[in-house]
Design a protein. Structure first.
Length: 285
């Protein structure tokens, strides 16, 4: 069967892609807005895969919780049929084809503002658990599970890494452990008091805002970024940020300037985007 397209703004979109989605993506392409795109089951998928999916997965609007090829700028291919691409950063020469007819939510990469979402968007019940028995692997030990509707979705070495994953995908999660939940609530209250003292504000969590999202919006920065002309300085502040810098970022000894490491301005913005993709909170000055 030949795939059918509709042409809008010089790009060929899947015929099943809603016009509202096309408008949002085209605006982001023209304005160079970096996005987080959530893919999932739409009305068309529920019909196309009816015989192979469980009742849960047939649920229209269900987020697949994809981590990869989900953050980037909107581009388009060359040739006579120009399809939409998702391009990781401004230095990338290309990117993968976008499954535009499977989009269930579109957010800004920075700040997580929702630009569009499917009327039935949902991601199931997300919970964070301590593993009953830690799992050892060559690179370390996994101690925490993130589960969707009771099924393991991902595993992490510690609680901060699990919370970063939840923040990265823009999810609401519950910590299923009385001690962990009590500690999380205590930390949230401490951060709230500090926030109120710093800004002279009054009330508690904004209406409709989860504990996890509130902590992301108001917690102290994981990295402090200082733009110094042609050099951007990144100072890891929290223990999680320091561990991530030492294990995941290839920072050379000569790059360190006191507590911060420097990078060329040409890749500074891309590093900011990558850290935000990982769920870190950044303070930029």
């Amino acid at each position: 069967m030949t795939k059918q397209y509709r042409e809008r703004y010089g790009t060929h979109w899947d015929i099943r892609t809603p016009l509202e989605v096309i408008a949002v993506l085209e605006t982001a392409r023209q304005n160079r807005t970096r996005l987080h795109i959530s893919l999932g089951y739409t009305e068309h998928d529920a019909v196309d895969w009816e015989n192979s999916l469980s009742d849960e997965k047939k649920a229209v609007g269900l987020d697949w919780l994809e981590e990869f090829q989900s953050y980037g700028y909107i581009g388009r291919s060359t040739g006579s049929v120009k399809i939409p691409l998702i391009v990781h950063n401004e230095r990338s020469y290309g990117g993968g084809a976008l499954l535009d007819h499977c989009i269930v939510r579109i957010r800004t990469s920075r700040g997580g503002r929702v630009l569009w979402q499917h009327p039935n968007y949902h991601h199931g019940k997300i919970t964070i658990h301590r593993k009953p028995i830690p799992l050892e692997y060559p690179g370390g030990v996994l101690t925490v599970d993130v589960r969707r509707n009771g099924q393991e979705q991902a595993a992490f070495k510690d609680m901060p890494s699990a919370r970063r994953y939840v923040n990265k995908l823009g999810l609401k999660a519950e910590i299923v452990n009385a001690l962990e939940a009590a500690l999380e609530q205590w930390l949230a209250r401490q951060e709230q008091r500090q926030y109120i003292e710093r800004h002279g504000l009054g009330p508690v969590y904004p209406r409709g805002c989860s504990n996890t999202q509130y902590r992301r919006d108001t917690m102290d920065a994981d990295f402090k970024v200082s733009v110094q002309g042609s050099i951007w300085l990144f100072e890891p502040v929290t223990e999680t940020a320091k561990n991530f810098t030492s294990t995941d970022l290839q920072v050379e000894g000569w790059q360190w300037m006191g507590k911060a490491f420097g990078v060329d301005a040409r890749i500074g913005n891309d590093l900011v985007s990558s850290l935000e993709d990982e769920g870190f909170v950044l303070e930029i000055s």
